[in-house]
Design a protein around this ligand. Structure first.
Ligand code: ZN
Length: 313
């Protein structure tokens, strides 16, 4: 099943706020949240979380990575529930402590807020992104006990970013993998989300596929259940490979010119996509990162090839 709405997914597990950038809630004796979306949706997350938890407080907020659209409301939620511990990888913690990164998160959330307003979404939270730090740094494979019922395992899954952690709730076979498994634009088209390393991205995704999730939460728009979850990961790997071949061809056509290639990728991929879609500045930042990564990979392959050819023998 493909679920594109917020609300209850299964007993005790919810997607809240806005399906474009939801906060997920696993309820139980130790309620926990996953990711913190856009700053603009801060009040919507709070309202939805309170509608389920009442006066109880979430105990942990697990962050997948320090991108603006995954941490946007974390500082606000921490001010609502000061006891809640914000958790993420050491690398995410380091990023969130850098003033340059915080300024970029703030700026991108501001731009996203304006776009979201233009789409006609009401009750936008207007104040700027509120900086915060991690309360708990997670190492790969750390397991957090949530009372007697559930556990959450942090799985290092770099490739989209280097700081990426996916979260696995084995008792319910829920995998919160967000962009570690690519994004679906809503039409079934899967956006390849490797921003730092294509090969590492694929190997992380293959590791996640082995978990055989029953519920797969993408970072944006969709939750996939049953066979659709498995199918998504398989398609995502195929789509990423096709994307790499397309960009390699464009890079060759443009003689390695990154900006021209980015413009051509955008014309083919982003321009025809219907609204609501990823804001253009964020799309361009990501596409530039993907194109550079593919170009570097081509150079590495080429120099390896010429080293082999130069080897006498
Ligand atoms: Zn991201």
């Amino acid at each position: 099943m493909r679920i594109d709405k917020t609300g209850k997914i299964i007993d005790g597990f919810f997607a809240l706020g806005n399906s474009g950038a939801p906060v997920h809630l696993l309820d139980g004796p130790v309620p926990v949240l996953f990711d913190a979306g856009f700053t603009a949706f801060a009040r919507a997350y709070e309202k939805d979380i309170k509608s389920i938890l009442g006066s109880r407080s979430p105990v942990y907020l697990f962050l997948t990575h320090a991108h603006f659209d995954h941490v946007g409301a974390a500082g606000y939620l921490k001010s609502v529930w000061p006891e809640m511990q914000i958790c993420g990888s050491a690398r995410a913690g380091e990023i969130l402590s850098r003033s340059g990164a915080v300024d970029l998160i703030k700026e991108l959330n501001e731009e996203a807020g304006q776009l979201i307003r233009a789409w006609g979404v009401d009750s936008i939270y207007e104040p700027p992104f509120k900086p915060f730090g991690l309360d708990l740094v997670l190492a790969p494979d750390d397991t957090i006990e949530l009372g007697r019922e559930y556990t959450v395992r942090a799985i290092s899954t770099p490739g989209h970013t280097w700081d990426f952690m996916s979260y696995w709730v084995p008792e319910k076979r829920i995998l919160l993998a967000s962009e570690a498994v690519g994004s679906d634009d809503g039409s079934g088209y899967i956006v390849a989300e490797f921003l730092v390393d294509y090969d590492v991205y694929c190997s992380s995704m293959k590791g996640l596929a082995r978990l055989d999730p029953q519920i797969l939460c993408l970072g944006h728009r969709l939750i996939l259940t049953g066979p659709d979850a498995k199918r998504h990961i398989r398609n995502s790997l195929e789509q990423a490979a096709l994307y790499v071949s397309m960009v390699e061809k464009l890079l060759r056509d443009e003689m390695g010119d990154i900006e021209w290639t980015v413009a051509r990728v955008k014309a083919a991929e982003w321009d025809p996509r219907p609204l609501p879609k990823q804001p253009e500045p964020a799309y361009l930042l990501n596409t530039r990162a993907r194109v550079k990564n593919i170009w570097e990979r081509m150079q590495k392959k080429r120099s390896k090839k010429s080293r082999v050819q130069d080897t006498p023998g």
